[in-house]
Design a protein around this ligand. Structure first.
Ligand SMILES: Nc1ncnc2c1ncn2[C@@H]1O[C@H](COP(=O)(O)OP(=O)(O)OP(=O)(O)O)[C@@H](O)[C@H]1O
Ligand SMILES: [Mn+2]
Length: 704
């Protein structure tokens, strides 16, 4: 009996002791965890991860610092950050406390083992329960331990949810994030206030944008960090080297320029005072290179002569001294425009982007003579930005920008300097896009009187103020500061959207192209068509038309190419792509409600102007294989060949209006003149071969 009583007492005492020990351990663990999570971890995080980024609020942490979704694992990780000794710093997730308990478990006598394991589990569960109910835990329902920001975050998220349905509707409800409270917590350009458009004296800012040279602006942009100044020196050095290389690379007598033409063919007529040539030098001088090289060809001179005598007296032929601008204006006097898009026909609106949508017609995207076009390009370049998100689709990062006037634009950032050409071993489809190619393509399209590219301008963006401040959370997470202190982001997409492909400011200002946004698809549906002369997009295969020459015969018989303007539009597109050097025209789009008798939208010209010394003769395959060209297009090309101004001259003058000028380096402008001659050479070849008549080759479909 006594023995039994003693045993019971001993057991009770032991149990009580164990319970007391466990309670003490639990209390200690809880206290440690609370101290670590509430006090140590946040400050530790700031110091460890934000580093030089502590200019920013908690909305700008590097994305990989995001907390683990499992809170108690977080605690353990956090504790191990601060308490593990050197020997234990193997990034395991075991805390000092849990290690202690585990050691106790393994060294205890067998009968206590089970009990201790249960206690260990209890401690872990308790940890979890305590953490889940703490502010700052994601499972607890709060994002950051900043209560002031909490409601705003969820409100913005809510708005974004609706935004998915109709962006414009939400914009119309007066969402203006530039004045929303989130900007208050974001110290966007501390220490760089002179670059902040809001704080800079307006005039100085205007001067910087409009009256300074490109070099001046680059210097200002790179002013803050020495590293960048060094980079500038390197860039200058590269430029010098590039120039020297250019001289070396200058086409020599023997060099084949494609399509069987060698530079000898061009120089053969150089200096020859033909009737067509002498007028070229009469053009207004724009500097050393403005006269351009003489790309006259004997065969082309012959074509021009025949054209002039054939169409003398019509609008297709002008006086030798008539400027190209005047010639184009006259030629297009009786241009067909057609009806407007139904949705916008009866609403002109006051804002430039509304008038742009109102101005879309069956036969052209815009009318360059309407005042809204100038207003639109200026708005795209200067309007305050109130919302930025990534535009889905396509391979490269592009941003959908909303300005304060609710106008929207597609922004493509600058990825590398203009001097950098497409690498020789890169396929066209692996090449980066160029913002300046988008801008230059708009100008060329307008000069050719096509009006099929949405108005596109250059814009300097303050990465922090214009983009990050108003970016949605998904995009905002990808912002960071590069090792030399440049502001960067990479967005999220299927290719090229990671930290090895950053888009960086210099140190904070970034160049890019802004293309006016077409009406939302819900209001004006578009149809995407496969280009019959699409490339294979394979390293190994060739497309049918690259192997056989008879694709045009097949295409001509097929709907919608067998009637109306469509085939001629595809040929115009081929001329356009050859001039800009764009191999990436896999598809084109049209506005559905205009049916097939409508113009083709020339969207996505970002891969153009990649190689100034190379002429993509295969881009001309549609024209060469069909041996056809629209009459008005030929007339414009001949006028530019004839002068008084060359294509490079009118392009140079047109591009000068852009804030990012120079848009194209001289080598690319020069290429335009060379390529123009080559197009006319192809047409000459068509007229000469197989006894083709003019009517078979030069097609008048009534579209000018
Ligand atoms: N100005 C615009 N307004 C509205 N939508 C546009 C505009 N420009 C382009 N888009 C749409 O966005 C899509 C993607 O644009 P774009 O083709 O320029 O991107 P991308 O990344 O170069 O594509 P890809 O990788 O296919 O070459 C286009 O197919 C077009 O439907
Ligand atoms: Mn593209």
């Amino acid at each position: 009996m006594v023995v039994v009583v003693v045993v019971v007492v001993v057991v009770v005492v032991v149990v009580v002791v164990v319970v007391v020990v466990v309670v003490v351990v639990v209390v200690v663990v809880v206290v440690v965890v609370v101290v670590v999570v509430v006090v140590i971890v946040p400050s530790n995080k700031d110091n460890q991860e934000c580093g030089s980024l502590n200019l920013y609020s908690s909305k700008f942490p590097p994305s990989d610092s995001a907390a683990s979704p499992l809170p108690f694992i977080n605690i353990i990780i956090a504790t191990s950050y601060t308490t593990t000794s050197a020997s234990e710093s193997d990034h395991s997730t075991i805390t000092t406390t849990t290690t202690m308990l585990m050691r106790l478990c393994s060294s205890a006598r067998r009968r206590w083992k089970t009990l201790l394991w249960v206690l260990l589990m209890l401690v872990v569960v308790l940890n979890a329960v305590v953490f889940v109910s703490m502010p700052g835990s994601r499972l607890g329902g709060h994002h950051v331990a900043n209560t002031g920001e909490r409601s705003e975050v969820s409100e913005v998220d809510q708005v974004r949810g609706i935004r998915g349905a109709s962006h414009l509707q939400i914009m119309r409800k007066g969402l203006d994030k530039s004045t929303a409270t989130n900007s208050s917590s974001l110290h966007y350009v501390e220490g760089l206030t002179f670059l902040d458009p809001k704080q800079t004296i307006k005039k100085a800012w205007k001067d910087l944008l409009h009256d300074s040279t490109f070099e001046d602006r680059k210097k200002v942009a790179g002013f803050v960090y020495n590293d960048n100044n060094n980079n500038d020196n390197n860039a200058d050095e590269d430029k010098r080297r590039y120039k020297e290389k250019e001289e070396v690379d200058e086409p020599t007598e023997e060099r084949d320029l494609g399509d069987g033409l060698s530079s000898r063919d061009f120089t053969a007529t150089r200096g020859r005072d033909t009737q067509t040539k002498h007028t070229r030098s009469g053009g207004k001088s724009h500097g050393k290179d403005s006269a351009g090289k003489n790309y006259t060809l004997a065969e082309v001179d012959e074509l021009v002569k025949a054209f002039l005598s054939r169409f003398q007296g019509s609008l297709l032929v002008s006086n030798d001294h008539t400027s190209y601008e005047k010639f184009l204006f006259k030629l297009q006097q009786d241009m067909k425009w057609g009806p407007r898009l139904q949705e916008f026909a009866n609403y002109k609106g006051r804002r430039s982007w509304e008038q742009f949508h109102h101005g879309i017609r069956q036969h052209a995207l815009y009318d360059p003579n309407e005042p809204y076009v100038k207003k639109l390009t200026s708005d795209l370049q200067t309007r305050e930005i109130v919302d930025v998100e990534q535009k889905e689709g396509g391979t490269q990062i592009k941003l959908m920008i909303t300005c304060k006037d609710e106008g929207q634009a597609l922004f493509k950032p600058m990825r590398f300097p203009r001097e950098q050409e497409t690498l020789p071993d890169h396929f066209y489809f692996a090449d980066y896009e160029r913002h300046n190619a988008e801008i230059a393509s708009f100008h060329l399209d307008r000069l050719l009187g096509f009006y099929r590219v949405p108005p596109t301008v250059g814009r300097w963006m303050n990465i922090s103020y214009d983009i990050h401040r108003v970016a949605n959370s998904k995009l905002a997470k990808t912002f960071f500061m590069s090792p030399v202190g440049n502001w960067c982001f990479h967005g999220s997409c299927s290719y090229y959207c990671d930290s090895s492909h950053p888009i960086c400011g210099h140190p904070i200002m970034l160049e890019g192209s802004m293309a006016a946004f077409l009406p939302p698809l819900q209001m004006a549906k578009r149809k995407t068509w496969r280009n019959p002369w699409k490339r294979s997009y394979s390293k190994h295969r060739k497309a049918y038309w690259e192997v056989y020459d008879d694709l045009c015969h097949k295409v001509k018989r097929k709907h919608p190419y067998n009637e109306g303007r469509r085939l001629m539009d595809v040929l115009d597109m081929s001329v356009f792509d050859f001039l800009i050097g764009n191999l990436d025209r896999h598809h084109y789009e049209t506005f559905r409600e205009f049916g097939n008798e409508t113009f083709l939208l020339h969207l996505d010209n970002g891969r153009a102007f990649g190689k100034s010394k190379y002429d993509c003769m295969s881009c001309m395959a549609p024209v060469r294989q069909c041996c056809m060209i629209r009459q008005s297009t030929l007339a414009k090309l001949i006028k530019l060949y004839q002068g008084p101004e060359s294509l490079s001259q009118v392009m140079r003058a047109s591009l000068a209006s852009d804030v990012l000028n120079p848009i194209l380096l001289e080598a690319h402008l020069d290429a335009l003149d060379r390529r123009l001659s080559k197009i006319l050479h192809v047409i000459h070849g068509c007229l000469k071969s197989d006894g083709r008549r003019w009517e078979d080759v030069v097609i008048d479909d009534g579209v000018t």
